[in-house]
Design a protein around this ligand. Structure first.
Ligand SMILES: *[C@@H]1O[C@H](CO)[C@@H](O)[C@H](O)[C@H]1NC(C)=O
Ligand SMILES: *[C@@H]1O[C@H](CO)[C@@H](O)[C@H](O)[C@H]1NC(C)=O
Ligand SMILES: *[C@@H]1O[C@H](CO)[C@@H](O)[C@H](O)[C@H]1NC(C)=O
Ligand SMILES: *[C@@H]1O[C@H](CO)[C@@H](O)[C@H](O)[C@H]1NC(C)=O
Ligand SMILES: *[C@@H]1O[C@H](CO)[C@@H](O)[C@H](O)[C@H]1NC(C)=O
Ligand SMILES: *[C@@H]1O[C@H](CO)[C@@H](O)[C@H](O)[C@H]1NC(C)=O
Ligand SMILES: *[C@@H]1O[C@H](CO)[C@@H](O)[C@H](O)[C@H]1NC(C)=O
Ligand SMILES: *[C@@H]1O[C@H](CO)[C@@H](O)[C@H](O)[C@H]1NC(C)=O
Ligand SMILES: *[C@@H]1O[C@H](CO)[C@@H](O)[C@H](O)[C@H]1NC(C)=O
Ligand SMILES: *[C@@H]1O[C@H](CO)[C@@H](O)[C@H](O)[C@H]1NC(C)=O
Ligand SMILES: *[C@@H]1O[C@H](CO)[C@@H](O)[C@H](O)[C@H]1NC(C)=O
Ligand SMILES: *[C@@H]1O[C@H](CO)[C@@H](O)[C@H](O)[C@H]1NC(C)=O
Length: 526
């Protein structure tokens, strides 16, 4: 009798206090409304190693070795859609820091399994998804965009928002059953598409994350994606494409003309808005081609082509439809060209926006986008808005629910972003601020002069945005600045600068060591 009582006492105690579960297929399968789990496997991975190269971002730039974690693979299908979405949750075997982390993708890739490694190596339980399509072709959606009946809107919805919300629910449930306790905090960390996914969570599923890092976010999708195609359209309509070294020479001339406007000559344009350098003034002058050292003459049409690229798309009356890249930003990403042995140079499209035009606007992966005229272009932007804003726009400035849920969001972006126009991110923040003057209580945006898309370039890059976000969420320490450092030493010196919350700028004091953060302070203008 006594032992029976003891057993029943013990068993109720055991159910009341959940214990950790072994890393095996017998971990409880999460339940997701409207979806069927088609496959669920879990196993320990020992000594995982990965080299993540070509990234200047401090979070990803480490080579990782000897990682051990519990890998949980979950595939699911949404009832009636025929999709198959793969998700992975990686759980540190020892040293879990009690935090759940959602990790985003890039381009058309919704995620990337190996990008879970830096998170796990820092003690986070992390999740990522493929949103139901391949992760291995981030610059082209051709393999999944269209189905037998035109655009596959289920897969687009998975990519746009659904897959991240699902993986977050699943990931939290698995984390809770594995460790026997729910995560203390949940965060999102992503840049580019990852930044868009995080912003979409704040807009649509404000309860999912306590904090969101939305770097260089691919928000305002139906504005900036068509705008990425604009340089190709300009070169085709003007009948002129320069060799890349001519573009490089224009960038160098712009930096020479506008570098000093921010009060510090350091090879970086920190005040692109003050730069009124006119590229037409270069026409007929000589430049040195950096690829072969020869002296060349700027082409007659280089001025008009660059002016239009910096301006961004316009309508038939010349009114702006979106922004361009800032002066000082590389042209090579959005205005690629190819020069043949016979000296002819032709424009190439930027693959991500070209894929959007071919598949989602023309519904034909073979469509020839080089024939689009200036007259036709504005209507194609309108069409993109009309057909995809609800699904994919990620432009909703109403963050009241996110604020009410206690969420905090930090966006940072290079001011020399070569893929996503920084002015579009300002546009979004300005719209949020218009609806809520107290936006800085829960959402702050920081621009990094001289930095490219999610990294790269010569300007200081934020050291650790996730830690700044955690201090805000966990300790109430709002980020007044983002400490940043140049990824590579410039002239032997690693530069430190504190990035300021937009619309403030980081202004040089005119006398201090430009490599030291103390020589700059936040100001309303330069
Ligand atoms: C999870 O999927 C990956 C392929 O992406 C595979 O290499 C790994 O063995 C799978 N792990 C489990 C536990 O099924
Ligand atoms: C990563 O790079 C290091 C140093 O070059 C090398 O020793 C190691 O084998 C590499 N690891 C992987 C997984 O490629
Ligand atoms: C990381 O791995 C890459 C590729 O193997 C290698 O080139 C690089 O030297 C490694 N870096 C470190 C810090 O080990
Ligand atoms: C990516 O898509 C392009 C165009 O559809 C195709 O040519 C290429 O083979 C694909 N690459 C991979 C790795 O699937
Ligand atoms: C690096 O040094 C060279 C030569 O002294 C100078 O011209 C250049 O402006 C310096 N670059 C920076 C970013 O300070
Ligand atoms: C773009 O942003 C800059 C600030 O960096 C601002 O000065 C400029 O007016 C903006 N351009 C447009 C077209 O809004
Ligand atoms: C420009 O370069 C050409 C050779 O391409 C040369 O003949 C000419 O003297 C140069 N002009 C100036 C002003 O340097
Ligand atoms: C130059 O070469 C390209 C690629 O082979 C060819 O398409 C083009 O017609 C050639 N142009 C001239 C002027 O010969
Ligand atoms: C862009 O697309 C072209 C044509 O499909 C392909 O040759 C090239 O490799 C692609 N570039 C990238 C970066 O995927
Ligand atoms: C622009 O491209 C050059 C050459 O590839 C590179 O050195 C530089 O870091 C790039 N700048 C940015 C801001 O991405
Ligand atoms: C990377 O971040 C760490 C803090 O997590 C910081 O100590 C380090 O200086 C940063 N490195 C660079 C190059 O930004
Ligand atoms: C919160 O503050 C404590 C005490 O200063 C500090 O030890 C901890 O690292 C802070 N946490 C975060 C996430 O910044």
């Amino acid at each position: 009798m006594l032992s029976l009582l003891l057993v029943s006492f013990l068993s109720s105690w055991v159910t009341a206090l959940p214990a950790t579960a072994p890393c095996s297929d017998s971990l409880p399968k999460p339940v997701l409304g409207g979806a069927t789990i088609t496959s669920f496997t879990a196993a320990v991975v020992h000594n995982y190693a990965v080299n993540i190269t070509g990234e200047s971002n401090n979070w990803t730039s480490h080579n990782i070795t000897g990682l051990s974690f519990c890998q949980v693979n979950i595939s699911l299908t949404h009832v009636g859609t025929g999709d198959l979405v793969n998700n992975q949750v990686w759980l540190p075997i020892t040293g879990w820091n009690g935090i759940f982390l959602g990790i985003g993708g890039g381009g058309y890739a919704a995620g990337n399994w190996q990008s879970l490694a830096p998170a796990v190596s820092r003690g986070y339980a992390a999740v990522s998804t493929d949103a139901g399509h391949t992760q291995s072709n981030s610059s082209d959606a051709t393999s999944w965009a269209l189905g037998n009946a035109g655009v596959n809107r289920n897969l687009l919805l998975d990519f746009a928002s659904k897959s991240v919300h699902d993986m977050t629910k699943i990931g939290k449930a698995i984390t809770t059953s594995f460790y026997g306790s729910a995560p203390k905090y949940s965060y999102w960390n992503g840049c580019s598409t990852g930044g868009r996914q995080g912003s979409m969570e704040a807009q649509m599923y404000p309860g999912d994350y306590d904090g969101i890092v939305a770097g260089a976010p691919a928000i305002n999708w139906n504005d900036f994606t068509p705008a990425q195609q604009w340089p190709f359209t300009v070169m085709n309509n003007e009948g002129f494409a320069p060799e890349q070294c001519e573009f490089t020479a224009v960038t160098a001339a712009a930096i020479k003309a506008c570098d000093h406007l921010d009060g510090l000559t350091d090879g970086i344009i920190s005040a692109p808005g003050l730069c009124d350098f006119d590229p037409e003034t270069l026409v007929g002058k000589n430049y040195t081609c950096n690829t072969d050292g020869t002296t060349r003459r700027f082409s007659p049409k280089i001025g008009v082509v660059v002016k239009k690229i910096w301006q961004g798309p316009v309508n038939s009356k010349g009114a702006p439809l979106w922004y361009g890249i800032t002066p000082g930003t590389n042209f090579s990403s959005l205005a690629p060209t190819e020069t043949f042995a016979n000296g002819t140079t032709v424009p190439l499209p930027f693959n991500i926006s070209d894929s959007w035009f071919r598949n989602y606007i023309f519904k034909n992966p073979e469509h020839n986008t080089s024939t689009i005229t200036y007259t036709e272009f504005p209507a194609l932007i309108t069409q993109s808005h009309a057909q995809y804003d609800t699904l994919m726009g990620t432009s909703n400035a109403h963050l009241a629910s996110f604020k009410a849920a206690g969420g905090k969001m930090i966006t940072w972006q290079g001011l020399a972003d070569n893929l996503i126009m920084p002015n579009g991110t300002m546009n979004y923040f300005d719209r949020v601020k218009k609806l809520d003057p107290n936006v800085m209580d829960y959402y702050r945006v920081f621009f990094a002069p001289g930095v490219g898309h999610c990294g790269g370039g010569s300007g200081p890059i934020p050291n650790d945005v996730l830690m700044n976000l955690r201090a805000w969420v966990e300790n109430g320490t709002a980020p007044d600045v983002l400490p940043a450092s140049s990824a590579y030493a410039i002239n032997g010196t690693v530069r430190h600068q504190n990035l300021c919350p937009y619309p403030l700028v980081s202004k040089y004091d005119g006398k201090g060591d430009p490599a030291k953060a103390a020589s700059f302070s936040c100001a309303e203008s330069f």
